[in-house]
Design a protein around this ligand. Sequence first.
Ligand code: AP5
Length: 208
Amino acid sequence: MLNIVLFGPPGAGKGTQAQRMMDATGLPQVSTGDMLRAAVKAQSDVGLEAKNYMDAGALVPDQVIIDLIKDRMKEDDAKGGVMFDGFPRTVPQAEALAEIVDVSIVLAIDVPDERIVERICGRFSCGNCGAVYHDSFNPLPETGCTCGAFSEKRRADDTEQTVVARLDAYHQQTAPLADFYQASGLLHRIDGDRDIDLITADMLNALN
Ligand code: AP5
């Protein structure tokens, strides 16, 4: 059973690669960012608590995230392994994850900070199927989204000001996790400042 962690700064391409890896591996994507956005939209207790942190580009408290993951991992589709996208993001989250499943590999996507702002500020997605695009780097095909029912969606936290705060949170709280996973021999680094297809190929190779 494979439990993959996709690790990297905001805008590194975790979501983009998760969708491609999902097609190739059949593993479900477990994105704490997507789960939190759904909670905010539903105005649930978790959503109401998370919203202020997300709008400010700060991390949502560990216990909220750990409880979300514990519930998600009870679902049937998680029994055969999953692909974590944007989780864990702190050492306490990684320690909690280790109590729930054995992590098979951590694929760390490296992208320099100066690329991140242009990536995030040009991002949009399909509101129907969730496919991620970029104004310049990954535009919508002339034939439209493959789902055939494209509707454009942009994230409230994809602003230059919030990206700076998200990068700061990444460097302060999340980047130290690389050492945690390096020490357990699970970390596999991928150069994320390249063509999207080349990155996917490297990731799939790393699983073999
Ligand atoms: P989350 O939704 O996880 O956001 P993030 O980590 O900031 O990551 P992104 O979704 O912004 O980027 P990505 O790496 O998926 O990049 P993408 O593929 O879209 O979290 C949002 C918020 O929720 C957090 O700020 C926090 O508040 C909270 N949160 C979530 N999880 C949490 C947790 N575990 N603990 C605490 N708080 C949590 O790509 C970006 C753009 O670049 C796209 O337009 C894409 O088309 C383009 N692109 C992708 N690859 C390439 C490439 N190789 N070349 C050129 N362009 C590319």
